[in-house]
Design a protein around this ligand. Sequence first.
Ligand code: HEM
Length: 134
Amino acid sequence: MPLLSRLFVRIALIYLLLGFTLGALLLSHKGVFIDAWLWRLRPAHIELLMVGWTLQLAMGVAFWILPRWWQPPIRGNVVGAWLAFFLLNLGVWLVIAGSWLIAAPLIFAGRILEATAVVAFAHHAWQRVVGREG
Ligand code: HEM
């Protein structure tokens, strides 16, 4: 497994753990009141699991497994994939910070970074979506 896939998948797993922990806290809070501010963790729960876990896992596995070339660079131009990794993670934390601080510009900036990450990853993956004949 290439370094970038290992980074994508390991960070996705950390987000899974964090997201489930927040989900468990939110669920407990529904049964036994803990504190009203706990509801401010709800957007972080959603962001960590929907983007941080699901999307990041998909990108990590896709980078590893999409068709490669026989000769280096076997995964073609990887700049878009690396860019996606940094932009996606920065975007996740900006959205979480924005929802925690109730700061719409931060959430907006985070979403722009996430959307750019998707475009950058698609730009990388597109060249690798080929049949056996290349
Ligand atoms: C990959 C797994 C998960 C994903 C993608 C996910 C996603 C979401 C989403 C999208 C919402 C908002 C739902 C809405 O507004 O109708 C939500 C809310 C919530 N989730 Fe999760 N979730 C996951 C796992 C969990 C787990 C494991 C728990 C508990 C242990 C949990 C507990 C909650 C709670 C308590 C809420 C708030 C419900 C409410 O607003 O009343 N989630 N989750």
